[in-house]
Write a protein that binds this ligand. Structure first.
Ligand code: ATP
Ligand code: MG
Length: 464
């Protein structure tokens, strides 16, 4: 079980009369995560993830992983360093390279600290023994740091210079097969975003420097979003203004049906998918042997989810100015239990109940998902304030009313809801329901596409 007294949780304390020089615009998630000691700034644009937030990152990784495995993914790890030579071959060192971190080894050989891994993974396949059509499709993914010297790194984890990405690269025998893979991985992405229960929008996107023929982005709607999304309520068209060219920001008619029922929202891009064709496989010579034993160029796709950005953007959408609110599957703990204060009247009579509850809660949600705030030197009020700011889905207080002879009552604070006074049995039932809800989310299957428009995702629109 997790004990609050042992938790490393370096809360940011600003002395009352300190003059705070605000050099950087802060977003809600960044402010709360930093103030509460969940992340710390390493240097401009890099972040240190502290234990509570690391739990969230690990949960997000395991959820993404689950969905990638369901889409036929196999996990690999590629080095952070990619030889610059490979990027020369694909022509990606020719444009603006100011975002890339380039380093040299002792012999002068140049490398990129990879901002993405298309070249590295394609070159890996090109040098593997000839791949047979029988081995395809191949869907390889990894989860690791990416490095981009962003011009405007800001909003904490949302736009960092080093961030965590899940990137999948797929290889198929033909364009048609690659399109099937694209549909399968897109289904996995939609399932992942539904499991997080944060409203998302899937839009048609620009292919940009990544290249390829088809691309979609997944966005969370937020005023701190840096993209403009267009949505047509007449035909359901949704697109990133970027894809529509320079006058899209001001356009008044839908690019698909020309209706004027067009609205605009700000979006944070949380994931991106691309159908790449042979843009990387051709210059890097990644082929497979077809049925007649002849080499043919592999057809590729690439698919990225910004793990750390998803977490920050979800918090941005769900949280209040004062309190974090988590997607249920990502919350650091399911339940926080606060017991009586040291030396209080109720301490002796309710401690037994507190211990019993701990045991029962362990049975229901598992010791790992339970946080016991046993800092008994602190008042219940102080600990409850911490619990609320941290946004635990359920906080249980064993206080004075638990000492009542008849019908002892506990306080239950569900994240974002009014306090409830309940018996121990009732509290345990609420916890069991919460755990059950999480299980249901995990078991969620891909919905048939015709049901998606009415799904809870409240997607502003889908591309047809
Ligand atoms: P943006 O337009 O926001 O700079 P991008 O289009 O350059 O993002 P991709 O190359 O598509 O990003 O990367 C895949 C995913 O990685 C993005 O959808 C996003 O979730 C995440 N990501 C990209 N850049 C950052 C960053 N600087 N910090 C955190 N996450 C990022
Ligand atoms: Mg993108």
């Amino acid at each position: 079980m997790n004990k609050a007294s042992r938790l490393f949780w370096p809360v940011l304390i600003t002395p009352k009369n300190a003059v705070v020089k605000q050099t950087e615009q802060l977003s809600r998630s960044q402010k709360l995560l930093m103030e509460l000691g969940l992340i710390k700034s390493g240097s401009n644009g890099t972040y240190q993830i502290m234990p509570i937030a690391q739990r969230v990152v690990d949960k997000c990784i395991s959820l993404v992983q689950r969905n990638m495995q369901e889409a036929g993914g196999q996990k690999i790890s590629l080095p952070v360093l990619t030889p610059a030579q490979l990027w020369k071959k694909t022509g990606r060192l020719e444009g603006d390279i100011s975002e890339f971190y380039m380093v040299r080894d002792r012999s002068g050989k140049q490398f990129l600290m990879s901002p993405t891994h298309e070249e590295a993974v394609t070159a890996m396949l090109a040098t593997a023994a000839p791949i047979s059509y029988r081995q395809l499709p191949l869907r390889l993914y990894q989860i690791g740091p990416k490095f981009r010297d962003e011009l405007k790194s800001r909003f904490g984890l949302m736009r960092a210079k080093e961030f965590l990405m899940k990137d999948m690269y797929t290889f198929d025998v033909s364009k048609e097969a690659a399109e099937c893979t694209y549909a399968t991985v897109s289904d996995a992405y939609e399932r992942f975003f539904r499991q997080l229960e944060v409203p998302f929008v899937k839009v048609e996107a620009a292919t940009g420097i990544m290249g390829g023929s088809l691309s979609h982005e997944y966005h969370y709607i937020s005023p701190v979003g840096e993209d403009t999304l267009l949505n047509c309520s007449a035909c359901g068209y949704a697109g990133n203004a970027e894809v529509l060219g320079s006058d899209a920001e001001t356009a008044s008619t839908c690019p698909s049906c020309q209706s004027t029922q067009l609205s605009r929202v700000r979006g944070v891009e949380v994931a991106h998918t691309f159908l790449l064709g042979d843009k990387y496989s051709k210059p890097l010579g990644a082929t497979f042997l077809n049925k007649s034993g002849k080499p043919e160029t592999l057809q590729m796709g690439c698919y990225g989810v910004g793990i750390t950005r998803v977490i920050a953007a979800a918090l941005e959408v769900l949280s209040t100015e004062q309190e974090l609110r988590w997607p249920k599957l990502l919350a650091p703990y399911d339940v926080c239990l606060i017991g009586p204060k040291q030396g209080s009247k109720e301490q002796a009579p309710v401690e037994r109940l507190e211990n019993e509850l701990l045991q029962q809660l362990t049975q229901i949600c598992g010791a790992e998902q339970l946080l016991h705030d046993e800092r008994k030197e602190l008042t219940i009020g102080k600990r409850l304030l911490d619990a609320k700011r941290l946004g635990h889905p359920l906080t249980i207080v064993v206080g004075a009313k638990a000492a009542q002879q008849e019908a002892p009552q506990l306080e239950l604070h569900a994240s974002g809801a009014e306090k409830m006074e309940l018996s121990a049995a009732e509290v345990l039932r609420v916890v069991a329901t919460h755990v059950q809800h999480k299980q249901q989310l995990l078991q969620q299957q891909q919905m048939p596409s015709h049901e998606q428009d009415t799904s809870e995702s409240q997607a502003v629109g889908h591309v047809h």
